[in-house]
Design a protein around this ligand. Sequence first.
Ligand code: HEC
Ligand code: HEC
Ligand code: HEC
Ligand code: HEC
Ligand code: HEC
Length: 475
Amino acid sequence: MTEPKDEGSTQKSAPTGRPPARWRYLPLAALAAAAATAGIAALLVNIFEHKQEAKSPFYRVVELDDTIDDPAVWGKNFPLQYDGYRRTVDQKRTRFGGSEAVPRTPTEADPRSVVAQSKLEEDGRLKTMWAGYAFARDFREERGHAHMLEDQVYTERQIAAKQPGTCIHCHASVYVPYKKLGGGDLMRGWEAMNQMPFPEARKLVTHPVSCIDCHDPESMQLRVTRPGFIEGIRALKASMGEADYDVNTMATRQEMRSYVCGQCHVEYYFKGPEKRLVYPWAKGLKVDEIYAYYEESGHSDWTHAESGAKVLKAQHPEFEMWNQGVHARSGVACADCHMPYQRVGATKISDHHVQSPLLNVNRACQTCHKWPEDELRQRVETIQSRHFEARSRAMDAVTALISDIRRAKEAGMAEEALAGPRAAQRKCQFFVDFAEAENSSGFHAPQEAMRILASAIDICRRGQLSLRDGTPPEE
Ligand code: HEC
Ligand code: HEC
Ligand code: HEC
Ligand code: HEC
Ligand code: HEC
């Protein structure tokens, strides 16, 4: 195939003999053109450099590339962001969030000297809801990113059940290990690690979530590196009529400021014997749509030890719930509140100390809201305490249904008669869990959280009625 040539390009092989008239002045023209090009290039370089300075004033101390996952190395170029990142070890309580540093005596099996408070101890009803599942053994308040890997390794859920390598996806810097394992192919490496036993996969990772998981090392642009999110958002967009969505080329910068968090702060399950990590978004992000997806796929996480119902566990659907709220609707991203801009000397950076915005109301909220700090905190806590009350009533409804089913079973009720009430438990328990597992205590989408809890209470109580008179519990 011949290379197509630019009309104006200078020929490399000049024809022999005297050049035709139109080429006679070529050397002169070329010289002029070269001078002009050099001038323009110099100008461009200058503008580019200025733009770069404005964007990220830093001294390139080390050359970063796609194989470096050690945040300390990136920190040499970006010491301010690295400082914030390291402060995610901090533990501070807010009324409903943050986390408390609970001292413990290290053992050989678990060398941690500090953990977060146990949610099971705070509310014993959770144990009833999760009877027969590893979560009933150990479930704690989440804390900062610096702890994500150790907390996953040492949770007693690892003892209660054999966990797959899939777990690592959201608890470590996996970009480089996945690529290594997949012979350069991220997706293949991910598929391979999913199928390993956890202890084996654990040996392949070193750091908690790191710079390389959210940033391109050359441009420092945000990027999504988590296969679970890449596939999940593609399924979601397809359900909205947009085929072949590629998050890294099609998302806006503002969207990326939430998508990098949605890589992990989402509901998920492990599909099939290959333990593929799936974000169940093919019908949408609302709890009803996710539940409909699970109904269609027939998936259940475990069989409830007391009632015999095939049930589901929801986990940290921050991304899904945020999507239902007025902030998402207004284009406010996770990073706006959890990584607000911060002035350090003459530069403005994003605070990489990801934490509760209530520990930082001034920068997290007051850039947009001119209410006093106290007023802002009270607005949040008012939403949260109302949420907490509704959550508590919903938890009562679930546990009441569970003990009614257990008693009916013990009294010899036929399996067919138990089917309806068990189906009610499956659904209402998932709804309660969804609102409970969402870590903002209602703030990200207050009305949606209330709607979910109200539905849950209704479905649970109908389940109880059904046990009494045999009417089908669902509308
Ligand atoms: C408008 C501001 C705002 C936005 C946008 C926002 N959050 Fe939050 N988030 C909050 C507030 C306020 C809390 C409650 C903190 C507390 O109770 O201490 C919270 C709580 C959390 C928590 C629990 C923190 C803790 O300390 O207990 C997590 C995790 C979280 N958000 C993740 C996200 C993710 C992921 C997104 C985007 C998908 C997001 N948030 C979007 C304001 C926001
Ligand atoms: C889709 C991403 C994702 C996957 C996969 C995942 N986690 Fe997590 N995990 C999170 C997020 C986000 C948090 C913090 C929010 C929370 O605790 O609700 C968390 C918190 C935790 C915590 C601390 C709080 C607690 O529950 O005690 C432990 C321990 C944990 N995960 C263990 C595991 C184990 C074991 C697996 C595999 C079965 C796993 N995780 C798989 C995202 C994930
Ligand atoms: C690689 C997965 C991953 C990504 C990406 C991620 N998180 Fe997390 N996040 C976690 C896990 C896991 C925990 C809980 C760690 C623990 O308890 O040990 C957590 C904890 C948190 C907490 C609780 C902090 C505290 O001090 O209580 C907040 C807030 C939070 N994440 C917000 C965000 C935001 C905002 C983003 C995006 C800028 C983000 N996360 C990106 C996995 C992730
Ligand atoms: C969980 C995702 C996440 C991780 C991990 C992360 N960053 Fe960022 N980073 C962000 C977000 C979000 C922004 C804001 C980008 C924007 O608005 O375009 C940002 C911005 C930046 C910027 C641009 C200047 C600024 O501060 O806004 C630099 C430089 C940077 N990060 C360096 C780092 C370094 C160094 C690390 C590791 C120590 C790191 N980041 C880890 C999400 C992350
Ligand atoms: C980037 C701008 C931005 C940031 C940062 C921000 N908000 Fe907002 N907030 C908005 C917008 C926009 C609305 C919708 C207001 C409207 O449309 O009238 C809103 C609405 C609210 C509402 C009313 C909620 C409702 O459901 O009607 C509350 C309460 C609130 N914000 C609190 C906070 C708190 C607390 C923070 C910090 C954690 C915060 N906001 C951070 C822009 C922001």
